[in-house]
Design a protein around this ligand. Structure first.
Ligand SMILES: Cc1ncc(COP(=O)(O)O)c(C=O)c1O
Length: 390
């Protein structure tokens, strides 16, 4: 199989798998007072220190969670609930659903108000438009570090500065950014940062929310009071140990990986655009790590249905995505492309190819060889009429 869907989930790192198995084989709840419990606690605290050192933050700033979705929910609801009286949430309209949906839930169920800044045609949040939305009533601001569908990197430093000037907690979802581009976790004005293990070579089911020591966040889950009483539940020593090792490797390898993937991405983009007429690259065409995720390619195929292309490529042994894996299968155009001003029909003809650690020139060659006939077949089938939005 040619796997071009590393943004959905990537391969487990051998070093993370080893430590995961090793710690899983030991009994002991990190909250227990006996020797087995203390040994498990030691694993967790040493892992917290290792991950913090790799990220350039203090160990006490890390709250381990079950992944990106939980960390995003904790940041959004946790800040909204802790900032009593303030009813507005500023978030980009191109967030992952793990941010957008809790925000919408707070609006529908709890009377919050959401304010969306404008996004330009390349998928970059407009700073001036965002700044105009920040005032005393804002409970939190959330803008993802780099978009999972179109790869555009956001002006995080400038947004953090604006939020800091107004003492507004700023959360950024850095799930796709970590290990691909530099992520400054100690950036002034950045209050909370979401990471997910399985996007960096750790197992599925572990992640972290990095939170400023001074920030107040209300817990989503109540119980045993683990993780500074922010996230109750038996602490997953094995998953956390694997996560810490994966964070270390991801940060250490980031620069080399980015350089290699930028070249592979150029080969892929140029190959597709040159061989197949009626194709457009979505997102920022810039090649730098400040502009676009090195492994992300999002291309619109005129006159095609993305899902049909995906299935035909799958039959040819090539795995890719129509955007966020979490919404694949739901016949709705991408909210990210719509926010960028792309029309619904064009949005539905878009595929995401995402490169990762194991990607090779052979993978790209295989795609470039299979794609022309696949696109021809999909174009012959035509694009079905859009389903009415309910
Ligand atoms: C930007 C972003 N945030 C959050 C998530 C969800 O992370 P997890 O799968 O760990 O819950 C994803 C997964 O696709 C993502 O790409």
């Amino acid at each position: 199989m040619v796997y071009l869907d590393h943004a959905a989930t990537t391969t487990l790192r051998p070093e993370a798998a080893n430590v995961w198995l090793q710690v899983s084989a030991e009994v002991g709840n990190p909250s227990s007072l006996h020797a087995a419990g203390r040994a498990a606690r030691r694993v967790v605290e040493e892992s917290r220190e290792r991950a913090a050192a790799a990220l350039g933050i203090r160990p006490s700033e890390i709250v381990f969670t079950a992944g990106g979705t939980e960390s995003d929910n904790l940041a959004v609801k946790g800040f909204a609930w802790a900032r009593g009286g303030r009813r507005a949430i500023v978030c980009s309209p191109i967030e992952h659903h793990a941010v957008l949906d809790p925000v919408e839930w707070l609006v529908e169920q709890q009377g919050f108000e959401v304010r969306y800044p404008a996004v330009d045609a390349l998928g970059r949040v407009d700073l001036q438009s965002l700044e105009a939305l920040l005032d005393d009533d804002v409970a939190l601001c959330s803008v993802l570090w780099a978009n999972n569908e179109i790869g555009t990197v956001q002006p995080i430093e400038a947004i953090a500065r604006s939020c800091r000037e107004q003492s507004i907690p700023f959360h950024s979802d850095a799930v796709q950014a970590l290990g691909m581009i530099p992520v400054n976790a100690s950036l002034p004005g950045l209050t909370a940062l979401t990471f997910s293990g399985h996007k960096i070579g750790a197992p599925v089911g572990v992640g972290a929310l990095v939170i400023d020591r001074d920030a107040v966040v209300a817990p989503l889950i109540h119980g045993g009071g683990q993780e500074r009483e922010i996230r109750s539940g038996t602490v997953d020593a094995a998953g956390i140990a694997a996560f810490a090792v994966a964070v270390e490797s991801a940060v250490a390898e980031q620069e080399n990986l980015a350089a290699r993937l930028i070249d592979l991405r150029a080969m892929l983009v140029q190959g597709v655009l040159a061989r197949i007429p009626g194709t457009v690259l979505q997102g920022d065409p810039g090649i730098g790590v400040d502009e676009r995720l090195p492994g992300n390619v999002a291309i619109t195929f005129d006159g095609c249905e993305g899902d049909a292309l995906l299935m035909l490529l799958d039959a040819a042994g090539i795995a890719c995505s129509t955007g966020s894996a979490c919404t694949s299968g739901v016949p709705e155009p991408s909210h990210v492309l719509l926010a960028m001003g792309v029309d619904a029909g064009t949005a539905r003809g878009t595929l995401r190819f995402s490169l990762g650690r194991g990607s090779t020139e052979d993978d790209v060659e295989a795609l470039l060889t299979a794609l022309p006939s696949v696109v021809e077949r999909a174009r012959r089938a035509g694009r079905p009429r859009l389903a009415p939005r309910s």
